[in-house]
Design a protein around this ligand. Structure first.
Ligand code: ZN
Ligand code: ZN
Length: 409
């Protein structure tokens, strides 16, 4: 039995609900998409509940499930994945926070929670804080996109059970981090020392002096939230005996791929935004299939349109996704099994994630074919895969690519 390669395409937040403005169709139903439909009509189809029916999944918990990890057992917050995504080499026991560069006055009262959505100079600011000693604890600091920053505490006896320092509201003072259990005292102390020391360093930094001189809000503080301990996951490469690579523009997903033991491939023009170069990503995926058994291609754009509540934007993104699949189709060999799915629904009408199930199509040589003709929510309900949970998907893909292991004798 020859094992095939797997190309898994994840369209973030693709699932939707019918919209009056689209004649009671979903964006997928309302968009002509010959290539996506080609995969559906030549493959096997179904719906996936990323976590469980009706549960609105986050991108992080859903990706855990899609790669065979039970989020209820392993999820410790998104901080650790984002930190891994911006390139901090995490170690088990590390505590990661998500944070913002913010503007505060001398009393540490928040005047701008995003430091004027600062775009330039954050690399230097993060470098000025990276390696900061907080007693026996060390802080690793790395800038994310725009005002975002990842902070990882490393040292003995750390605990994620501490409160956030982010006050969220303008005019409020940066919160003191409090331990939620006695074992978290060292951590809370380190977090508070970080708040104080980083303010002193940032306030005096040339980047901020220049900002103030230009009348821009200084990025003179860091507010932290979402403490999480780095989860100790068995890499999918070990669990499923395959080599794996991932392509994604957004830090959170890149971090998850890295944590799952996948090679993360950089693609020029992959931004994680609406302007992302999908064709460049598809080319990179085909390239990666030469050297990896499993290649995952993540596209963030549909989720952004859902959050923005813009049906017309989502339709345009679906057209571009379709062009990307046409580009891929022309390059495919019978060696590759292709799977198309989403990590959750982000209905335009809700501007947020919902618990509606998402499409799943699997196409490849030897893969069964059902009567579904279109890649949309309505059609998928008639597919032969029926309704799966996120944690089933990897097994189904391993089977479709002749990589399953026998359960029993
Ligand atoms: Zn998502
Ligand atoms: Zn989202």
């Amino acid at each position: 039995m020859d094992a095939r390669k797997i190309l898994l395409v994840i369209f973030d937040g693709l699932g939707d609900r019918p919209l009056t403005e689209l004649g009671h169709k979903t964006p997928l139903e309302a968009t002509p998409k010959p290539n996506l439909d080609w995969f559906a009509s030549n493959g096997v189809n179904g719906l996936v509940d990323p976590i469980a029916p009706g549960v609105a999944a986050g991108s992080d918990t859903s990706h855990l499930a899609l790669f065979g990890y039970d989020p209820k057992e392993v999820y410790t917050g998104r901080g650790p994945f984002e930190a891994a995504g911006v390139g901090i080499d995490m170690e088990p026991g590390d505590i990661a926070f998500r944070g913002n560069f913010a503007s505060v006055d001398e009393d540490l009262k928040l005047t701008d929670r995003r430091a004027g959505r600062i775009r330039e100079g954050t690399e230097e600011l993060a470098k000025a804080l990276d390696g900061l000693k907080l007693g026996r604890i060390k802080a690793n600091v790395r800038e994310g996109t725009e005002h975002r920053v990842a902070v990882v505490l490393r040292g003995r006896g750390l605990s994620p059970k501490v409160t956030d320092t982010d006050p969220h509201e303008i005019g409020e003072t940066i919160q003191e981090s409090k331990p939620l259990e006695s074992a978290a005292r060292v951590t809370a102390k380190a977090v508070n020392a970080f708040t104080q020391q980083s303010y002193k360093i940032l306030k005096a930094h040339p980047v901020n002096r220049a900002r103030v001189a230009k009348g821009e809000p200084p990025a003179n503080a860091i507010v932290l939230r979402g403490a999480g301990i780095f989860p100790d996951l068995v890499p999918i490469t070990e669990r499923f005996h395959l080599t794996a690579a991932g392509i994604a523009g957004v830090a959170l997903i890149r971090g998850m791929f890295r944590t799952f033991g996948m090679d993360v491939i950089d693609v020029r023009g992959a931004t994680g935004g609406l302007d992302t170069d999908m064709i460049a990503k598809a080319d990179a995926a085909m390239d990666a299939l030469r050297t990896h058994d499993l290649v995952v291609l993540h596209v963030k754009a549909p989720d952004l349109c859902g959050h923005d509540g813009k049906a017309s934007e989502k339709i345009r993104v679906i057209e571009r996704m379709d062009a990307m699949m046409g580009h891929l189709k022309a390059m495919l060999s019978t060696e590759v099994v292709v799977a198309l799915t989403a990590d959750h629904s982000t209905p335009v009408a809700l501007k947020d994630h919902s618990g509606d199930p998402v499409p799943l199509t699997i196409f490849g040589e030897g893969v069964r074919v059902d009567d579904v003709l279109n890649f949309d929510e309505r059609s998928m309900a008639h597919g032969a895969l029926g309704r799966l949970r996120g944690t089933d998907v990897m097994n189904v893909l391993l089977n479709a690519s002749n990589r399953m292991e026998k359960y029993g004798a």
